[in-house]
Design a protein around this ligand. Structure first.
Ligand code: ACO
Length: 335
């Protein structure tokens, strides 16, 4: 049994918000680009439905995977900003996708949510409890943004990304010569949390807006993601050079580059799209992965490294192989 990513998808709201939007609250394009690398983000309208984005991303991922909706055993949506207090997004995504045999639930682990959900999907497949799992990350962070606070408002955006995880142990590896490792590596994950650090980043139930100690979060994010990724690589006896693409949570280009440097990841293997979408929390990694795939940055098979850090604080890192069709063949584009 070897779980791997066999489909990727993403979706973004239509409205693009450039950095100049924040001049009204005392920020500037120059400050934002220099400190974060962000140039624009997408905003969902106030009355927008996040489930629509999650569904579009999931449909693309499923279509690219060659699996049917009825084959999906579990739908897991990582989110902190669902459309309703209850139920979550996953049940709606499963129903509208036609995954009528699937268990469906939301997972809340802030910006680390997607890595937590991916680990869970792998565990379901390895234990034989599911053959195909759809993992989506979807966020409308604008719902919990203080739009008057320049120190946080400039960082956040909305979007969704999804992957399909399935057992690829029986697949004929015709592309084996193209990649050193890829799906032949058993996935590994390291997750962590430290609730003592809640005051560094939180949205409380009355204020409902993200409050953050930016500089301290920066330090913690680099340390925790690097530590977890190092642990995972060591566990599988891998080096950074064995990873074909490393996708860290896109919070800030400086954070991603610092983690890459700590781990010794070559710059061309470090993916960055924070300039185009800003921080989309649990949507960030699958959204980046789909954009990387569309740009031809992923061959048919390869080994992916992921790392994320968020409120809680929560963090995680992992390695997992991918087996994907060529982007030229993609007929179902979203976002
Ligand atoms: N525009 C202009 N000036 C600003 C802005 C802004 N948007 N924000 C802060 N400043 C000012 C500050 O007021 C401060 O001014 P002062 O020196 O006169 O006091 C100065 O810029 C420096 O502020 P710092 O906070 O020290 O700036 P720093 O270099 O640390 O960058 C940043 C701030 C970008 C927030 C950085 O700390 C960071 O990226 N932290 C991590 C963010 C993160 O990953 N958050 C988690 C995600 S949120 C979530 O979980 C969904």
């Amino acid at each position: 049994m070897t779980a791997a990513i066999v489909g990727v998808g993403s979706a973004l709201p239509e409205r693009v918000v450039p950095n100049s939007h924040f001049e009204a609250i005392g920020s500037s394009d120059e400050w934002i680009v220099k400190r974060t690398g962000i140039r624009q983000r997408h905003f969902l309208p106030e009355d927008g439905h996040l489930a629509d984005l999650a569904l579009a991303a999931s449909r693309t991922a499923l279509a690219r995977s060659g699996r049917t909706a009825r084959e999906v055993g579990h739908v897991v949506v990582a989110t902190t900003t669902p459309d309703r207090a209850t139920p979550g997004l996953a049940v709606e995504v499963a129903a509208r996708l036609g995954a009528d045999r699937a268990a469906a639930f939301d997972l809340h682990a802030a910006c680390a949510g997607f890595v937590y959900a991916l680990d869970h999907a792998v565990a379901l497949i390895e234990s034989g409890r599911a053959g195909t799992v759809l993992v989506c990350g979807a966020e409308a962070l604008t719902r919990i943004t203080d739009h008057e606070d320049r120190s946080t408002a400039v960082l956040l955006g909305d979007g969704a990304g999804a992957v399909v995880v399935a057992d690829v142990a029986d697949a004929t590896d015709t592309d084996a010569a193209d990649t050193v490792l890829g799906p032949s590596v058993e996935p590994a994950f390291r997750l962590g949390s430290d609730g003592e650090l809640i005051p560094l980043l939180y949205a409380d139930r009355y204020d409902r807006k993200l409050r953050m100690d930016g500089p301290e979060i920066f330090v913690q994010a680099v340390e925790r993601m690097s530590e977890a990724a190092r642990d995972v690589l060591a566990r599988r006896e891998l080096t950074a050079d064995d990873v074909d693409l490393f996708v860290a949570h896109q919070a800030n280009a400086r954070i991603v580059r610092a983690v890459g440097k700590e781990l010794g990841v070559a710059p061309e293997r470090l993916y960055l799209n924070v300039d185009r979408v800003a921080n989309t929390s649990s949507a960030s990694i699958p959204l980046a992965l789909h954009q990387a795939w569309r740009e031809g940055r992923l061959g048919p098979t390869g080994l992916l490294g992921v790392a994320a850090f968020g409120a809680g604080v929560t963090w995680g890192a992992g390695v997992i192989g991918w087996r994907l069709t060529e982007p030229e063949a993609d007929a179902v584009e979203a976002g």
